[in-house]
Each structure stands twice: as C-alpha cells, then as structure tokens.
Design a protein around this ligand. Structure first.
Ligand code: G4P
Length: 539
C-alpha cells in the first residue's frame, strides 16, 4: 500500500474555483454506529433528497430489482459502494459510500484511496470499535484528514472526556472538541458549538431540521443562563473549561496533515449536529489533493485530465448488464466526448457517455473536475487500477490488492457450463469482488477472498447474473502469493518444479498456492531469487 506522504494542502492554493469547491470524502465507521442514518441526513441538509427515509427506500427498490442483493438484504449489510454528489452552500460534495461489513473491507480500502478526507462516526455508547480502527489505519497511511462525529447522544452514552481520551489513546491522534454535549440520553439538551459560539438546542422530532442555533458571546454570555437550566449551564461551563485545559486548541495544519481530529457530538437520527458537521467539512476539509503517481505527484490544477479506476461494478442496472468503472479524476477539467488514453493498454477510449452519480439518480456528465468521480460504462476493458490520461504515461499508485485469506474451489453444477463459469469469474475478479486463480494443472478454478461472506455473494451473483449455479468446496490450499523475479530462469525453475502449486490470476500473473505454512517457507527457501508477494499493488 502506498505510504507516500502528501503534504497537507500542497498545491491546493490557487486552484481554479470549480476544483477549490470540491470536497470528496467518505464516512468510516463500525457497523451500526449510524453511517447510513448520517449519510441520509447529510443528503437531506444538502437538499439532495427531500424526505428522511429516501436512502433506505432507494436501497429497497434497488434490492427488489436485483436478486443478488438479497444477500445484502438478509444480512442487513451494505455490500456495494456508491457515490453521491450534492451541493451545499459554496461546495460540491462527493460522498463515497463504503460497505461497513468487515468481509468487504477490501472494497472499502480501495474507496478510501479515492477520497481527500473522511468523517469518522463513533457510537457514543461504544467508542472506538474494531472496524473503525482498521479503516482509520488505512486513512492514516495516506494522511487523510478526519472529522469525528460522536453519534447517538440521545441515548445513554459514555462520558465525553472518556470518549475523547479513547480516540486519542487508541488512534494516537490529537483530539479537540468542535462542540460540547449538554447532558445525554433522556437528559440530552443539545450542544454548544465551540467553533462558532452557538448554542444548539435539540428539538425532539425526527423529521425537522433544528433551528440555526443561538449566537452567543462566549460561554459567559448570560443568554445561556436564560436558555438552559442552572445545573446544565454550570456543568457546561465547567466541562468546557476542563476540556480546553486538557485538549490542544484546534490546529488547522495538524488536521490537514491527518494528525488532529475535531470532534462533533450529535444525534444523526434526530438531525442533531448534522448541519454543524456539514459546515465543518465544507470549511475545514481539503479540496482535491495531490495524487501520488509512480512518475510524479499529480496536482489537481494540472491542465490535462488524469484519473484512476478505483472500483468496478458490474450489472448495476440488470436491464443493461453494463459495467461501470468508477474513475476518480485527479486533475484537469473533463468534458464529455473526450478521448482518454488507457495507459495499461495504450488504447484510446472515447468517453462519450460518462455518468455522474446524484443522490437519487445518475445522469450524463457533460463535464467534471479534479476531485469528481465519473462512471464510465464499458464491457470489461477497464480494470481496477487503470490510469486514464490525455496521453501522458502515468501510473497512479496506492490501490491495494490483498492476498486472499480464504481459498475455495468452485465448479459449475452443470459441467457443460465450465466456459461460462470461467467468463463470470474473470469478470468478477476484474471488478475486484474476489481473486480468481486458474491452476496450471487440472480443470478447477480457485477463488480467494478476504472474508467468508464473499463466497456467498459470489455464488449468488454467478447464479443470477450469469445463469450458472455453482458449488464452492474446500481446497487443500492454505494461502496464495504472487510471484515476481528479476531473473526469468529463477521464476521458471519454480513454476516447473512446483507445477501443482502454480496458478495464474485473471491478469495472467503467476501465483503460488501453498498447501500449508511449511510448504510456503520451503518454496521461499529453495527459490531465493523469487519474491513471494502478499499484496500486489495494481499499477
Ligand atoms: P450503519 O449504517 O452504521 O450500520 O448504521 P445505521 O445508520 O443503519 O444505524 C444503526 C442503528 O442505529 C439504526 O437502528 C439507527 O436507527 C440507529 N441510530 C442511528 N443514529 C442514531 C441516533 O442518533 N440515535 C439513536 N438512538 N439511534 C440511532 P436500527 O433499529 O438498527 O434500525 P432502524 O430500524 O431504526 O432502521
């Protein structure tokens, strides 16, 4: 995975206004912390949807149309990522949705390579949970700035000091409160916005947007004594004084460098604290950042268009059986009909029907700027990690491919459908849904995944999208390693000596399938000139 340090805001000065106003971000959280609810409320405040519940309704409709989504529905998880673009005040937000379930973390990791910042949602009763931590680590590798939202203050929650301390200790991240909660659970009255000096009182209704808040002249403002009960004002003043003593003041540069997170408190379900969060992201979060490429860093203000494919989704619309490659534009001003070079193949691609993803719809993208995500419908010629440019040989780095931790054999129930199965597997591998290996000996296909649930999703998709019922079975294989060597003879010696353990992935890269840890160690010892790679970066 790429660890290039990107200086905060480097190159962002003097951005053309359409690029400067873009905020491309994702929400990271542990399942159930409230990511879906918050997404919906952000869209609601952004005016992108009119009714609470629309995101779920959209989800239901989509599921009803597409069979394989049943797995998602039954498990109550979100398997696919999507992009939602909306405007709020002076900003255009591109919110990249990420699947929260840990079995799909690979897809999530890739999505995080396409954002410039993130919101971390934490359940106030639970604090930092396993998946939050994992996703945070991915953000840290790229110095992604993070705004934190501590959610569900309307329920019994942990002490705010304890929560701040936990974030600081477990994530090694400086924290500073952006707002401070007044009470919690049944006694939750609202928050004091420390950045804007505003008192925000909760209106306990689910559909309404709370009023803008009461402007105060600091915490000593007598207004507070009128608007809040005595005990609450006293507690608020004491706690904020203590918090200011314990936490460092907000440092913009430290936030932009990914070293400090401002923390908002609220309740997404009650629309509370969402407006402040959204304004915080508009004001603080970076516009499109410099993207690392093997040849040179690519600043967003470059005249020429360049971008990379970070996600492929097949058959989003079953009527068309299309495939969409999600491209993060790293630089330039894209216009519909542009011819872009696919650097991997050298071929020119006429992008005449690119798609922009609005909250409830997709529409033809007449133009797009650095920071935007466009969808390019295609028939499988675009692969994960592909770079598109106006001609330059560029290879964006940092899109990770992980060695699968679980391997199974897959065969069609009807042996006559072996060819169809091969095609389905190759397409799904290109999409990034799983790794697919074809052993050089025998007729089986081996599928490798990071989480067991991916097998179920695969089986369901192969059956419904390709009409090939399949059976997954255990294999003798324990793990897979990609093989690389500067010495072709050394590689040949291994692939010939260990024929039964050699397979090719969908890109025709050789892979070693080890039967156990000892087998792997032994092969490494016997073939010192060959590198056995756990991850293969797609360049
Ligand atoms: P996720 O996407 O992170 O998995 O979480 P999601 O938004 O689906 O929220 C998980 C549960 O937490 C949902 O309840 C949701 O209503 C609830 N929730 C989200 N924000 C808040 C909040 O601010 N306060 C409270 N009290 N609850 C919140 P559920 O019962 O699982 O689902 P549902 O039947 O309400 O849809």
């Amino acid at each position: 995975m790429d660890t290039t340090v990107i200086a905060p805001d480097a190159g962002a000065a003097d951005l053309p206004p359409p690029i400067a106003r873009r905020r491309t971000f994702a929400i990271i959280s542990h399942p159930d912390a409230g990511k879906t609810t918050l997404t919906e409320k952000l869209l609601l405040f952004g005016g992108a949807i009119q009714l609470a519940g629309a995101v779920k309704a959209r989800g239901e409709r989509r599921r009803a149309r597409s069979d394989w989504m049943k797995v998602e529905q039954e498990r109550g998880i979100s398997v696919t990522s999507a992009v939602m673009t909306y405007d709020y005040k002076d900003c255009t937000f591109n919110l990249l949705d990420t699947p929260g379930h840990e079995d799909f973390s690979e897809d999530t990791y890739r999505t995080l390579t396409a954002v410039d910042s993130a919101i971390m949602v934490i359940d106030a009763a639970k604090g930092i949970e396993a998946q939050t931590r994992k996703l945070f680590e991915v953000c840290r590798l790229r110095n992604v700035p993070i705004v934190t939202f501590i959610n569900k203050l309307d329920r019994e929650a942990r002490d705010p000091f304890e929560l701040l301390d936990e974030i600081e200790q477990t994530l090694q991240l400086d924290v500073t409160p952006a707002s401070w909660p007044i009470g919690m659970g049944k006694g939750f009255l609202g928050c004091y916005d420390l950045f804007e000096d505003k008192l925000l009182l909760i209106a306990r209704s689910k559909g309404e947007r709370p009023a803008e808040g009461e402007q105060c002249q600091g915490l000593d403002d007598p207004k507070l004594d009128k608007l809040l009960p005595d005990y609450a004002v006293r507690e608020l003043r004491e706690q904020v004084e203590m918090a200011r003593g314990l936490c460092p003041a907000f440092d913009f540069e430290a936030y932009r460098a990914g070293d400090m997170t401002p923390v908002y408190f609220g309740s997404a379900l009650n629309n509370f604290g969402v407006r402040e969060l959204l304004e915080g992201v508009a004001r603080l979060a970076p516009p499109p950042r410099i993207q690392p490429a093997a040849e040179r860093p690519v600043p967003p203000a470059d005249d020429k268009v360049a971008g990379f494919v970070f996600k492929i989704q097949a058959n989003m619309d079953p009527k068309h059986r299309d495939r969409i490659a999600f491209v993060r534009l790293a630089s330039g001003h894209f216009k519909r009909g542009m011819k872009l070079k696919q650097v991997r193949t050298g071929k020119l691609l006429n992008v005449h029907n690119p798609v922009l993803f609005l909250a409830q719809d997709r529409e033809l993208a007449e133009e797009a700027w650095a920071g935007d995500i466009i969808g390019i419908p295609n028939h499988g010629n675009l692969h994960l990690g592909d770079t598109l440019t106006e001609g330059e040989e560029l290879h964006f780095t940092g899109l990770p491919a992980f060695a699968p931790e679980l391997l199974q054999k897959v065969r069609p129930k009807d042996p006559l459908k072996a060819k169809h199965l091969g095609r389905a597997l190759t397409q799904l591998a290109e999409e990034g849904a799983a790794r697919v290996f074809k052993p050089r000996l025998g007729a089986d296909w081996i599928v490798g995944v990071v989480g067991a649930l991916q097998f179920e999703v695969m089986a369901d998709r192969i059956r419904t999208e390709y009409d090939v019922p399949v059976i997954f079975e255990p294999t003798v294989y324990y793990t897979a390693r990609w093989l690389e060597s500067d010495d072709p003879a050394a590689l040949k010696a291994l692939t010939e000596g260990e024929r039964s353990a050699i397979a090719d992935d969908h890109d025709d890269c050789p892979v070693f399938l080890a039967r156990n840890a000892w087998h792997l160690e032994d092969a490494q010892k016997n073939h010192p000139k060959v590198r056995f790679l756990k991850t293969r970066e797609r360049v």
